[in-house]
Design a protein around this ligand. Structure first.
Ligand code: UD1
Ligand code: CA
Length: 441
């Protein structure tokens, strides 16, 4: 039989302590739902990992789509029961089942791979990933034999005094030989303090039968589970540091890593410089030598090399800046492309459109893209100068080299090289102030 790896992610629990309508595993860390980290860490066989879902099942399914296979656990009767409902994905297979929880975002794939390797090389029936904790209260304790092998796992609530003194805890991450696991699932009972089917009992059963059960200890950080929002923030802080350090070691300058939040899927080239307070979400890209001044919010946007952005700009999805563009303070861009060397330097909104090369979009310009029902595009050629406080009412085109006079509301296309001016002519009433003062007397 070909050796296979089937990963199972336990994610059916409610997460009562989050006090949230959102299922626990969909709470986000650096912009990613926690379960995405589990999915990314889970070793892959030929087929996608299996997510055991229950609370908020539809939302979890929507989030992961085809990246996972699913088992539905209607009622949460314990971690052992959660694996039982995923049986169909294990039956008739050799190889190993890797079981992890959907609420452990800091677990690394390499750690899971080493666990599999340890079980394989020792010909063990199972391996448990453990952590050493100063305060192990609440966790299952790892009971080892004199020879150092795992004898059983005792849940905190079921443990005696001596067992509670053990500081090595179960992270709820395992690697089982699939046939050995299936043999145990049939025999689980609910004879324990919580009246649940404990997956941990499989460990005791295998050891009791004289099968080898091994353990691997990982840094406490990786074993951290998220049960409430305090732990969510703690894990997020650690993930933030991991991501930022990765970029810094690859040549990105981050002035204040503590106030800089970057999504795990953002790409940033070397020699980009990031000032404090930038938040970069989604699959954003930041090119070489780009300068992000303080306080920008960048969502699924691409910033070309040498661009200068901010302070306090908002780049919304599908914004694309070519090389050496300038986007200044209080500018909002959405679904718009700027070609090389163009500038939108202050207080502007440009949504749904394109701006050619070397254009100047002056202070206060607005792309009026929405009529209350539909969105329309504003298309601007190369070398166009749009004066201050102009409104471009889309759909509209401004061709190469055209100028738009300040304060204009442009509703018709402007041909190449023309001046578009659309505002009433100014009149000055001579002596008006004097006459007004006299009226008041
Ligand atoms: C479990 C372990 C414990 C370990 C701890 C680490 C058992 C019996 N105990 O305890 O030894 O120290 O994790 O955090 O396994 N889940 C389901 N369906 C269920 C029950 C749980 O999908 O019916 C999922 C939860 O959503 C969660 C994971 O399994 O992702 C762990 O469940 P949880 O209730 O947190 O287990 P603990 O009691 O903390
Ligand atoms: Ca838990």
């Amino acid at each position: 039989m070909k050796e296979q790896i089937v990963s199972i992610i336990l994610a059916a629990g409610k997460g009562t302590r989050m006090h949230s309508q959102t299922p626990k595993v969909l709470h986000k860390i650096c912009g990613w739902e926690m379960i995405r980290y589990a999915l990314q860490a889970a070793p892959r066989g030929e087929e996608a990992p299996v997510a055991v879902i229950g609370h908020g099942a539809d939302l979890v399914r929507e989030t992961l789509g085809g990246a996972a296979r699913y088992a539905y656990q209607a009622e949460q009767k314990g971690t052992g029961h959660a694996v039982m409902v995923a049986r169909e994905y294990l039956e008739g297979r050799g190889g190993y089942a890797v079981i992890l929880a959907g609420d452990m975002p800091l677990l690394r794939r390499e750690t899971l791979e080493s666990l599999i390797e340890k079980v394989r090389s020792e010909s063990a029936a199972a391996g448990v990933l453990t952590c050493m904790l100063e305060n192990p209260a609440g966790y299952g304790r790892i009971v080892r034999s004199g020879a150092g092998l795992v004898q059983k796992i005792v849940e905190h609530r079921d443990a005696n005094e001596a067992e509670r003194a053990i500081r090595e805890v179960n992270t709820s991450v395992y690697c089982f030989e699939i046939p050995a696991l299936l043999g145990c699932l049939d025999r689980l009972t609910t004879a324990n303090a919580q009246g649940e089917y404990y997956l941990t009992d499989c460990i005791g059963m295998l050891a009791g039968e004289g099968r080898r059960v091994t353990a691997m200890t990982c840094p406490a950080e990786e074993g951290m589970g998220v049960n409430d929002r305090v732990q969510l923030a703690k894990c997020a802080k650690i993930m933030q540091r991991r991501i930022n350090e990765g970029h810094m070691l690859a040549g990105v300058q981050i002035l204040d890593p503590d106030s800089t939040w970057i999504s795990p899927e953002a790409a940033i080239e070397a020699d980009a410089v990031i000032y404090p307070g930038n938040v970069i979400e989604g699959e954003s890209f930041i090119g070489r030598n780009a300068l992000l001044y303080p306080g920008n919010f960048i969502e699924n946007a691409r910033i070309g090399e040498g661009c200068k952005v901010g302070p306090n700009a908002h780049l919304r999805p599908r914004t694309v800046l070519g090389p050496n563009c300038r986007v200044g303070n209080f500018v909002e861009l959405k679904n718009v492309t700027l070609d090389e060397g163009s500038k939108v330097s202050h207080l502007a909104y440009c949504g749904d459109g394109s701006i050619g090369k070397k254009c100047n979009i002056s202070c206060g310009v607005i792309f009026s893209n929405y009529d209350g029902k539909h969105k329309f595009r504003t298309e601007i050629g190369d070398n166009v100068f749009v004066g201050c406080n102009a409104n471009l009412v889309a759909p509209v085109q401004v061709q190469d080299g055209a100028y738009i006079a300040a304060g204009s509301t442009i509703t018709q296309d402007v041909p190449a090289g023309a001046l578009g001016i659309a505002r009433s002519r100014q009149t000055n009433k001579e002596g008006w102030a004097q006459r007004r003062a006299e009226r008041k007397e």
